[in-house]
Design a protein around this ligand. Structure first.
Ligand SMILES: Cc1cc2nc3c(=O)[nH]c(=O)nc-3n(C[C@H](O)[C@H](O)[C@H](O)COP(=O)(O)OP(=O)(O)OC[C@H]3O[C@@H](n4cnc5c(N)ncnc54)[C@H](O)[C@@H]3O)c2cc1C
Length: 507
């Protein structure tokens, strides 16, 4: 079974960029080579502005390459909630900006001649239980107020019956990895210098100049964009954007795969779409989201998606399964613009499951800010906004979860077992000689021991058995079993620990 996304093969077609091996100066440093970073780099390059893009791993290695590649005007937060909390003007801005965001991606694909299977499709949000109809009708009213092309319908091209659906016109699908590969190709020998395998580990701002450390070298920049999905180091936005894991499977089915986008109204919701890859048609089913580090048996989320797919389609085989992380904002809208504490540091976070549109939109807004231009969508996403009324309930719920994680994990959730009892693929926090150690065994039986204390803000990490990573429930940092950083705001690895393991044959 392949646990990379179905699009990952495309990452091999991206140009390869060298790591940073010298000190360098630039006007703008962009940290992160996902859809947000690459689109900002493209816009700045087109405007003649010199930039450096530093990517910790390789282009698309973050959530962009692990997404499900649909582009919708509909948002995870739902228009009825945004309307209630922010009113008509902001709701209209969100709806219009998302429609224009999809148009912008389409134009970029045409103008740069990028081959990434972009296609316009219809989106259906469907109720499959009568008690969901009231919410669906409310969504219709609010999405209609702000002039999205929506209609209620009983006709939906799925092989199972649904109670009612809301039909969104002019949505799209594409291959996000191929899209950013295409952007990267245009940036070779441009005003943007890209460095891969270049993890930023420190940033200081002094008298208008940023001094940034990466690979033991220094990058000096007048402006910095954190296109890292969640800001690095400590940033107040980490208390307003909460980390979630989301799961996807790609399966081959008997008969035709459905041709549009479909999502239900469950909590968490499921979505269905299809794609063609290497001449084969696949059904894609995703969802089953949960807060990072809050579920023990993460691999069961794949089983859940598979049984959902099997109930609705005649599945022949599940060929790919993958999971990745997103960040949901406290009030349902992303934070895009200046960082709350620095006018020359820019952030883009809280995209929820909608970041393939919000990322390019963030690029448009941030590149305008960098050039001193106004952007008409800034008000909807202003990263310095105080929307406590709208976000209060989620803010308290999510941050109390974090406090619980800190307190509960420091004193509980620890096994007294010896590391010899771990199965391949298993990981546990063990109490070894009075010290808590995060111990995991890989598929070959090799045992790794690291400190369970997250290097970001000192919460305890939890084992994720689907990905075999240590995940932090507080702010979403993720580490591989050898302690190296996989994702999230942390920049330093988990501390390695020496432990004694009794070899199998000596037991
Ligand atoms: C399973 C799943 C499916 C999704 N499907 C969709 C979808 O169909 N449609 C949609 O609109 N949205 C979807 N989303 C959301 C969307 O994929 C993300 O919001 C979007 O990809 C975020 O892009 P990004 O460029 O901001 O972040 P990323 O793609 O995560 O890129 C951030 C980059 O920063 C790099 N980085 C991190 N730290 C450092 C550092 N210290 N130094 C240097 N580089 C660093 C990382 O390596 C990474 O490459 C999905 C999310 C998930 C989890």
């Amino acid at each position: 079974m392949n646990t990379d996304s179905i699009w990952k093969e495309e990452s091999g077609k991206c140009p390869v960029f060298k790591p940073l091996e010298r000190d360098i100066e630039t006007e703008v440093l962009i940290i992160g080579g996902g859809i947000t970073g690459l689109t900002i780099a493209t816009l700045l390059n087109d405007a003649g502005i010199h930039s450096v893009l530093a990517e910790a791993s390789h282009i698309g290695n973050g959530t962009t390459g692990m997404s499900s590649c649909h582009l919708t005007t509909q948002i995870d937060a739902q228009y009825r909630k945004i309307y209630k909390d922010f009113g008509e003007k902001i709701t209209e801005l969100v709806a219009r900006s998302r429609a224009e965001g999809i148009d912008f991606i389409e134009q970029l694909i045409k103008s740069k001649n990028i081959n990434c299977d972009f296609k316009r499709v219809t989106g259906y949000q469907y109720a499959d239980r009568p008690e969901q109809i009231a919410d669906l009708e409310a969504e219709y009213r609010y999405a209609g107020y702000v002039d999205l092309p929506v209609e209620l319908t009983d006709n939906i091209d799925l092989p199972f019956s649904v109670t009612k659906a809301l039909k969104f016109g002019n949505q799209a699908v594409f291959n996000a990895q191929s899209f950013i590969n295409g952007l990267a190709e245009h940036l070779v020998n441009s005003k943007c210098e890209i460095f891969e395998n270049t993890r930023v580990t420190d940033i200081r701002e002094d008298r208008g100049i940023f001094t940034v450390s990466a690979n033991g070298k220094i990058i000096r920049a007048l402006k910095v964009v954190m296109a890292t999905h969640i800001p690095l180091f400590f940033n107040v936005l980490q208390t307003l954007a909460f980390p979630y894991m989301s799961y996807v499977i790609a399966a081959t089915i008997e008969g035709d795969t459905p041709g549009n986008l479909y999502w239900d109204m469950d909590e968490p919701y499921h979505y269905i779409r299809s794609t063609e890859f290497n001449g084969r048609k696949y059904l894609i089913v995703g969802g089953a989201d949960h807060k990072v580090g809050h579920v023990e048996e993460t691999s069961k989320r794949f089983t859940e998606l598979e049984s959902y797919a099997r109930k609705k389609f005649n599945v022949k085989s599940v060929d790919f399964k993958w999971s990745a992380e997103f960040f949901e904002s406290a009030d349902g809208l992303p934070f895009i613009g200046e960082s709350p504490f620095s006018k020359k540091l820019y952030v883009a976070t809280g995209f929820a499951g909608d970041g393939l549109v919000y990322g390019p939109l963030a690029a448009l807004i941030i590149s305008d800010l960098i050039q001193g231009k106004t952007n008409r969508y800034y008000d909807a996403y202003d990263s310095t906004r105080i929307t406590i009324a709208a976000s209060m309930a989620d803010f308290f719920k999510e941050n109390i979860d974090n406090v619980r994680s800190l307190v509960a994990d420091k004193f509980g959730n620890v096994s007294e077992q010896s590391p010899d009892h771990l199965e391949p693929g298993e990981g546990k926090i063990l109490n070894l000689n009075g010290e808590k150690v995060a111990v995991a065994k890989d598929a070959n039986g090799e045992v790794y021991a690291v400190s369970p204390v997250c290097t970001h803000l000192k919460c305890n990490v939890h084992y994720n058995n689907a990905e075999q990573t240590w995940d932090c429930p507080c702010h979403g940092s993720r580490f591989s079993i050898d302690g190296s950083v996989v994702y999230g705001p942390a920049v330093d690895p988990l501390e390695k620990k020496e432990i004694v393991v009794v070899a199998e044959d000596k037991k």
